[in-house]
Design a protein around this ligand. Structure first.
Ligand SMILES: C[S@@+](CC[C@H](N)C(=O)[O-])C[C@H]1O[C@@H](n2cnc3c(N)ncnc32)[C@H](O)[C@@H]1O
Length: 526
């Protein structure tokens, strides 16, 4: 069953009394909380503990066996707000602002002049404290709508979350203390051009304009803590994209083969869910990277943004768990695959698995770079261009090479979703193509993001949609009889059920899921 985040653990009715220990289960009342405790929750409460490792630093570990699909913990954000650079958004409710017809500018807060979505957000608990401070210092924000530059990002927003963190020192000293204990990597970040700019803006705003009693080092450390630990939240259905800090979730270590996924509730609670069974004593992992990238790119990304070297099981394996995602075909023997002689060493040569011929790491890195540029220059709305890329490179790049996988993933999104290629408009060939691509990617997903991962969830949803369309078409065209059609629809239904199980904990996907279920219900009525 899909993990529910709002029904009583005993009777299943909608509930909101949370277990104060693990915050993982809710009850309709104290009586059912007691019943559940006696029935075994006592042993299940809090399934993670903090540990320290020489390489990973602090991390969370399972205190007992955790079952696939279990909610491991929930946590409210300690701080939330705009990303470093973002489009104008309401500081009261986080929604991106848009102009209504005939409006020339956004509604502005009567006290501090920051854009808000309306008068009610002036009183939002998220905004009142910072607003009073800014008003008391006579600070007036200067952000105006620029219809000619729609989507323009405003750098001024970079100061809001650091400011909210500074204000915690008074309003929530315990929370502020927890924040200060998080990792920052400030010593490395401070040298970067971004930090030079941030430093100039933030110090002026917080120390000089708002006259808060914080030294430069603390302000920059808070900024670096945010960059190291914040999660990005996208609630597309509400036009929201923010960053938020969760002290406990900040302790989760990275692996390129994660054993959890996470969603954010409507009110931005972090919900961590086990994607596979996790044995007692195992670390809890999320992924900070992108699954379809090869080891070279993933490790480089982690080095750049999180300042560590990844030694996970996938990075350690030259075959990347038998996917050979970072590898490419040997053009000398046309038989083997080129794999790194040492995946932890970026300068180590690459060798063919069959003929043992070698090439330098530099050649591999340059080759990857050229191909990535080529992909970025493809028309992102043209299945034809993506297909042409796959054809062009089919001799050099095998089917599960990172570049091929990324292009196939893009194609799986284009077929069925863009004008001219909506599901109902797809040709017979495009339908078969989409089915094949989804199946191929799901095979890779099984190895790299197994279990209830969102990577698999979206692909399952895509595959069921296109299978259902094919079944319906074949039936209508009389190329399949009722029995054959029902067999295909049943397969689609099974995939849909698995997709719903994976995706339904995310409230942002509710409408999407409801639509898919509705589509399938209609199709099943042959
Ligand atoms: C969000 S914090 C995680 C908590 C952190 N370990 C601590 O002690 O505060 C992210 C940082 O943890 C470290 N880290 C996380 N996963 C790691 C891993 N698999 N190997 C090495 N370091 C890791 C890196 O320094 C990374 O920048």
């Amino acid at each position: 069953m899909a993990p529910s985040i709002s029904s009583c653990a005993v009777c299943g009715v909608e509930a909101n009394l949370k277990c104060g220990g693990c915050k993982n289960v809710v009850y309709c009342g104290k009586d059912h909380q007691k019943v559940h405790w006696r029935k075994g929750h006592k042993a299940m409460c809090k399934c993670v503990e903090l540990k320290v490792d020489e390489v990973m630093g602090r991390y969370l570990s399972a205190t007992r066996d955790i079952k696939q699909g279990e909610v491991i913990f929930r946590e409210k954000p300690l701080a939330i707000g705009p990303k470093v650079s973002c489009m104008p958004m309401c500081l009261g409710c986080n929604v991106f602002l848009t102009l209504k017809p005939k409006e020339k500018n956004y509604y502005k807060c009567s006290q501090c002049n920051w854009p808000l979505c309306g008068p009610s957000c002036e009183k939002s608990p998220l905004h009142t404290e910072e607003c009073s401070l800014m008003a008391s210092r006579k600070f007036k924000a200067q952000i105006n709508a620029t219809p000619a530059e729609e989507g323009k990002k405003e750098a001024a927003y970079c100061a809001i979350v650091p400011l909210r963190c500074c204000l915690l020192k008074e309003s929530d000293p315990e929370g502020f203390q927890r924040l200060c204990e998080l990792q920052s990597h400030l010593e490395k970040r401070i040298e970067t051009p971004l930090y030079r700019v941030l430093k100039a803006n933030l110090i002026t705003f917080i120390k000089t304009i708002l006259r808060l009693d914080f030294d430069e080092f603390t302000i920059m450390r808070i900024t670096a803590i945010l960059d190291t630990n914040c999660f990005e939240i996208r609630h597309q259905h509400k036009n929201i994209k923010v960053r938020a800090l969760y002290p406990q979730a900040s302790m989760i270590a990275h692996s390129c083969v994660p054993n959890t996924t996470h969603v954010f509730s409507e009110d931005f609670e972090f919900v961590l869910i086990a994607t596979v069974d996790i044995a007692k004593g195992s670390p809890i992992f999320v992924t900070y990277g992108q699954t379809l990238q090869g080891t070279l790119q993933r490790r480089e990304h982690l080095r750049q943004v999180k300042f560590f070297e990844c030694f996970c099981e996938r990075c350690a394996d030259p075959t990347e768990l038998s996917t050979f995602a970072g590898s490419f075909n040997c053009t000398r023997c046309n038989n083997g695959k080129m794999i790194p002689t040492n995946p932890f060493e970026d300068t180590a040569p690459w060798r063919c698995s069959a003929c043992e011929s070698e090439i330098s790491a530099k050649q591999v890195i340059n080759g990857n770079r050229a191909i990535m540029t080529e992909i970025s220059e493809l028309d992102q709305h043209s299945p034809k261009e993506f297909e042409a890329f796959l054809l062009k490179y089919r001799d050099i790049l095998h089917g599960t090479n990172t570049h091929m996988l990324q292009v196939k993933y893009a194609l799986s999104q284009l077929y069925g979703n863009i004008p001219g290629f909506q599901l109902q408009q797809l040709s017979e060939a495009a339908i078969i193509r989409k089915i094949d691509i989804c199946r191929e990617l799901l095979e890779v997903g099984k190895l790299l993001e197994p279990g209830l991962s969102f990577f698999r969830g979206y692909l399952l949803m895509d595959l069921q949609s296109v299978l259902a369309i094919q079944a319906k078409r074949d039936f209508d065209n009389k190329t399949a009889n009722r029995e054959e059609t029902l067999r295909l629809l049943t397969e689609a239904m099974d995939l849909l059920q698995e997709a719903v199980k994976i995706l339904s904990p995310d409230p942002a996907l509710k409408e999407f899921i409801d639509t898919k279920v509705q589509e399938m219900t209609t199709l099943m009525q042959l």
